[in-house]
Design a protein around this ligand. Structure first.
Ligand code: ATP
Length: 400
């Protein structure tokens, strides 16, 4: 018996119910012990961040400040101190954090664990050494570091991470805030989706789950902004915006109006319809861009931002499209933008095939299955949440 095994054995002894159940108990304790490793003592985090010293502060997001730390064993961590606004009790928070700590994917920032200290709640993430995507993509002097190959790898990596969150993790996780600043790049430029599961840690009143809006201006799907209708297709929309930003090097939310279009999506769509998509490509990609890959990605981005959520592909379908050589793809319909009118197309979803790679079926997983999106949408008065946007461009998570 190894030392750790005998230690475990001693722990088990007092709980023995009988020799036949010993195996099960041992397994159970091992499971509990493994889970408990997800709990970080507050003192460990204080030591790792030098008492949350300002020199260790990486930044501050909508959920609170983030600090860099180093554990005794040399591992680097990022500690997010959650602001007090969560109405979740400690026990519920710990349960959710434990669940989220089981989410493991190479394109998702790993949550290593959590800590509850009095009224403070903290999340401990793996530290991702490069910066967030927005700091490279939207800075003219740094954008060149992102050549086409890197951008395509980022487009593909985010798609895989989202597919995992939507379909392959223990439960469907809708991110709700996919945007360039929530994509971290590691030292090999691999993209990692940050801030997943915040909706679970900041739960909403279950009876109103369908009427609350959170997210960032410029990335939010119209049906979510206008009606608070949330499904995986809201993430697909945000992903599409991000793809078009990666190709053009322009922020959707700060789009130059000189372009004879209302926003980046509108501009991309107009150029696409004229067969001049290539004109939207970031000039700094001139030397590295592979034309048929770029045009395929523009079409893919436009498919993802379509006004009708049912027409948007699922992330599984996106991953399949990215893994194939550019070939036939469906024609995107007009992009949706908050406040825009759209009519649900009468034609069947282009991705609902007999093979089951669906657009309108399995991938329409929604946080509220009772409320299916209904036929025609005209422009309603924007909800109060839609009108209320804070200085960070974020919408509050309260009732619309
Ligand atoms: N795991 C991590 N590794 C390295 N840096 C991180 C990590 N998590 C967050 N950061 C950095 O900490 C800062 C704050 O991040 P945070 O996710 O809280 O907010 P944000 O994305 O800037 O804003 P928002 O809350 O609106 O999404 C950012 O600069 C981000 O790059």
């Amino acid at each position: 018996m190894t030392r750790s095994h005998s230690f475990l054995h001693n722990l088990i002894k007092p709980f023995k119910f009988g020799s036949s159940r010993e195996g099960n108990n041992e397994e159970e304790l091992e499971r509990i012990a493994a889970q408990e490793q997800k709990v970080f003592p507050y003192e460990t985090l204080l030591a790792a961040t030098k008492n949350f010293h300002s020199h260790h502060k990486l930044g501050e997001g909508g959920f609170g400040p983030v600090y860099k730390g180093t554990l005794d064993d040399g591992r680097e961590i990022a500690v997010k101190k959650l602001s007090q606004s969560s109405n979740q009790g400690n026990k519920e928070f710990m349960n959710e954090a434990k669940l989220l700590a089981r989410v493991q994917h190479r394109n998702v920032v790993n949550l290593l664990g959590y800590c509850v200290h009095g009224t403070e709640k903290l999340l401990v993430y793996e530290y991702v050494p490069h910066e967030s995507l927005d700091k490279l993509l939207f800075k003219s002097h740094r954008r060149e570091q992102l050549d086409w190959k890197r951008r395509l790898d980022i487009i593909t990596g985010i798609a895989r991470g989202l597919l995992y969150l939507h379909e392959d993790s223990h439960s469907c996780i809708i991110h709700r805030d996919i945007k360039a600043s929530n994509i971290l790049l590691d030292d090999k430029w691999m993209p990692k989706i940050a801030d997943f599961g915040m909706a679970r840690l900041f739960p909403e009143d279950q009876t109103h789950v369908n009427t609350r809006v959170a997210g960032t201006n410029g990335y939010m799907a119209p049906e979510y902004v206008m009606h608070g209708h949330l499904s995986v297709k809201a993430d697909v929309y945000s992903y599409g915006v991000l793809v078009l930003e990666l190709i053009s090097g322009q922020r959707n939310s700060m789009f130059s109006l000189e372009m004879d279009a209302q926003n980046l999506l509108d501009w991309s769509y107009k150029l696409y319809k004229k067969g001049r998509s290539i004109e939207m490509v970031d000039p700094s990609l001139a030397a590295s861009a592979v034309e048929d890959q770029v045009t395929m990605c523009i079409q893919l981005g436009l498919l993802c931002v379509q006004g009708d959520p049912q027409l948007r592909p699922s992330m599984r379908r996106v991953v399949v499209m990215l893994s194939k050589k550019p070939g036939h793809m469906d024609e995107p319909t007009r992009p949706g933008a908050p406040g825009s009118r759209y009519r649900r197309s009468r034609r069947p979803s282009p991705f609902s095939t007999a093979a089951g790679t669906s657009g309108a079926d399995s991938d329409s997983r929604t946080s509220d299955s009772s409320s299916n999106y209904t036929a025609t949408t005209t422009t309603p008065a924007p909800s109060s949440a839609a009108r209320e946007i804070d200085s960070r461009g974020k919408r509050p998570m309260h009732e619309a």
